[in-house]
Design a protein around this ligand. Structure first.
Ligand code: MG
Length: 171
């Protein structure tokens, strides 16, 4: 069984992961609107990844005998002043998600909920990568500056990102 406190926190995290998917999908639409199909592709893959994060929490909460309660998903912003502004937002967002995962881990430890802590350790590692990916593109965009050739090359590079569905876990 799972404590009420952990159950509520996991439900909030399901909502946060789905909001992340919404945010990145909105960034996908923004990049498509300014004809940067590679950046748009990167965001679409990111959005798909976020739905797998939500699904991990969803499956875990059900497995532990908790009750999933789906709350409304907030509407994301839909316009950014530049590709850099969008990626700076993405990076800030991932830092916020990291803080949420850390707070969840603190709660799991406080509640002596080892199963939740073990599940969360995957997300602790994942957040290192998420922050590094977004920050890496922010840095590249800063280097590119107003150089449209550089932006074009970066767009080409980001078009190569492909979605890898998570490996099916043995039942
Ligand atoms: Mg996530």
């Amino acid at each position: 069984m799972i404590s009420k406190k952990v159950e509520e926190a996991l439900n909030r995290q399901i909502n946060a992961e789905l909001y992340s998917a919404y945010l990145y999908l909105s960034m996908n639409a923004y990049f498509l609107s300014i004809n940067l199909a590679g950046f748009a592709n990167w965001m679409r893959v990111q959005a798909l990844e976020e739905t797998t994060h939500a699904d991990k929490f969803y499956g875990f909460l059900n497995d532990r005998g908790g009750r999933v309660i789906l709350a409304p998903i907030e509407g994301p912003p839909h316009d950014w002043s530049s590709p850099l502004a969008a990626f700076e937002d993405a990076y800030r967002h991932e830092q916020k998600v990291t803080a949420m995962i850390n707070a969840l881990m603190d709660l799991a430890i406080e509640e002596k909920d080892h199963a939740t802590a073990s599940m969360l350790s995957w997300f602790v590692d994942e957040q290192v990568e998420e922050e590094s990916n977004a920050d890496g593109i922010v840095r590249q965009l800063k280097l590119v500056g107003d150089n449209s050739g550089g932006l074009f090359m970066l767009d080409r590079e980001l078009s190569a990102r492909a979605f890898t569905p998570p490996a099916a876990s043995p039942e």
